[in-house]
Design a protein around this ligand. Structure first.
Ligand SMILES: Cc1cc2nc3c(=O)[nH]c(=O)nc-3n(C[C@H](O)[C@H](O)[C@H](O)COP(=O)(O)OP(=O)(O)OC[C@H]3O[C@@H](n4cnc5c(N)ncnc54)[C@H](O)[C@@H]3O)c2cc1C
Length: 417
């Protein structure tokens, strides 16, 4: 590196993939600046995050570390409508939270290079660099622009507007009730475990995570609750009308979700849930809706613009692998740039390595999504759907480590990003 001119990357998005990219690029001697649209520090987004060996590897190797990462569960099991255990699998897994990961990664970058309140607007390219335009008229020049700005990436929207996420035909009710609010029966029977409840065309998954400020003390933790349900495009559109009557394009911010939708969700929960799961639903403080989208792209590099994380390819969350993929993209990008004196050759190598992996991850998530019985187009979809109708199979496939080992991915080292 010492013989090279210092290189500079502008990174859009101050969340997982943006921060991973900054950390890995700094390791190879680049100057990096992260620009995040939000005017305030990112906290409280999403909730639970399943970890994988690849995520732990990325956190360790980028310098963020894995201190106080989360809660380890010893096993997973499924229950029926009466709360009886229908199947069980030993599987040690660390469950963390989006907030904990954000905090660990945020500490790897100093204030001077993390800029809140700046929204990317457009990029100009001249073949050997980028000129990036932000809101409020800010303009910055660099050798490389990295789009780490999520599934609705404005960077991707600028360089490849034809690439659009597709609605999967189902959505999630999510929430994280506090341990202190749950009934003793819920705490005893399900709280320490990764638990499945699988009524027809639905999927409910629960596991413990830290409380606010990464509080891991018993009595102060939370229980991550995810309830997948089917809704067609028209139903989704109707759900995307908020409590003031305003139509949203993709999803409604949690505080604006209509009370009638929440009441309907409670009512459906009363009809189908085992007592311990119903307890979780009724103690969630602010349930919110996440519609499920996915997409892949033919390429993830556009001249001197490289996409990472959800902006590059977005899988349905059945494997809980999104942050691991973000770390993997960022690490590979830095490795490829470091291995080539020529930036364009490095980007070409990055595209060749990570675009196919993104494809595989999205394809795998679609397989797992067949459980919901939506849009079963091929014979393979129907076979997969049939296979995933038992509790045993779902426990074998959903959010398990090392699922990528089943695919032939040249050069990939299992467990490493
Ligand atoms: C229900 C659900 C469950 C999930 N569970 C898991 C799990 O268990 N394990 C796991 O690993 N992953 C999980 N994921 C996926 C994970 O949350 C994502 O993969 C991860 O957050 C992607 O990180 P990212 O940085 O690429 O994008 P994001 O986290 O979306 O961040 C993008 C950032 O870019 C910023 N931004 C957007 N536009 C602009 C702009 N124009 N200018 C500047 N900044 C901008 C945004 O404000 C945001 O901060 C789950 C996702 C969902 C929906």
């Amino acid at each position: 590196m010492s013989s090279r001119r210092k290189r500079r990357a502008i990174i859009i998005g101050g969340s997982m993939s943006g921060l991973f990219s900054a950390a890995f690029l700094r390791q190879i001697g680049w100057d990096v600046d992260v620009y995040e649209r939000s005017g305030v520090e990112l906290v409280g987004r999403g909730a639970g995050i399943t970890t994988h060996p690849e995520l732990l590897d990325a956190l360790e190797s980028c310098g963020a570390g894995t201190a106080d990462l989360g809660i380890e569960v010893p096993k997973r099991f499924a229950i029926d409508r009466d709360g009886r255990v229908t199947g069980e699998k030993p599987l040690r897994q660390i469950l963390t939270s989006w907030d904990r990961l954000q905090r660990l990664l945020r500490e790897t970058i100093d204030e001077a290079h993390y800029h809140l309140g700046w929204a990317f607007e457009r990029v100009e390219q001249n073949g050997s660099g980028v000129r990036v335009h932000f809101n409020k008229g800010r303009v910055e020049d660099a050798d490389l622009l990295i789009g780490g700005d999520g599934i609705r990436s404005s960077v991707r929207g600028d360089v490849a507007p034809q690439i659009q996420p597709h609605y999967a035909g189902y959505y999630i009710w999510r929430g994280a009730p506090e341990e202190a609010d749950l009934a003793p029966k819920t705490l005893k029977e399900i709280f320490p475990y990764f638990v499945f409840y699988l009524p027809p065309r639905q999927e409910i998954i629960t596991y413990p995570i830290a409380g606010f400020n990464n509080d891991l003390r018993p009595g102060h933790r939370r229980y991550n609750f995810i309830w997948y349900r089917v809704a067609d495009e028209n139903q989704l559109r109707e759900m995307n009308v908020d409590s003031r009557g305003v139509q949203h394009e993709h999803s409604v911010p949690p505080p604006l979700i209509r009370p009638d939708l929440i009441e309907g969700m409670y009512s459906d929960a009363r009809d189908i849930m085992p007592e311990v799961m119903l307890d979780c639903v009724m103690t969630m403080k602010q349930p919110f809706i996440t519609p499920i989208y996915d997409f892949t792209a033919d390429r993830i590099v556009f001249g001197r613009v490289a996409m990472v994380g959800d902006a590059a390819a977005n899988a349905r969350p059945h494997m809980g692998f999104g942050v691991a993929k973000a770390g993997g993209d960022a690490k590979a990008l830095a490795r490829c740039l470091d291995a080539h004196d020529d930036i364009d050759a490095g980007l070409k190598a990055y595209n060749a390595e990570r675009q196919p992996i993104g494809n595989v991850i999205v394809k795998h998530s679609r397989k797992l999504g067949t459980h919901m019985g939506v849009n079963l187009r091929t014979e393979e979809d129907r076979r997969m759907h049939d296979l995933l109708q038992t509790d045993e199979a779902m426990m074998d496939w959903i959010a398990v480590p090392n699922f990528l080992d089943a695919y032939d991915i040249p050069g990939r080292v299992p467990g490493r990003v």
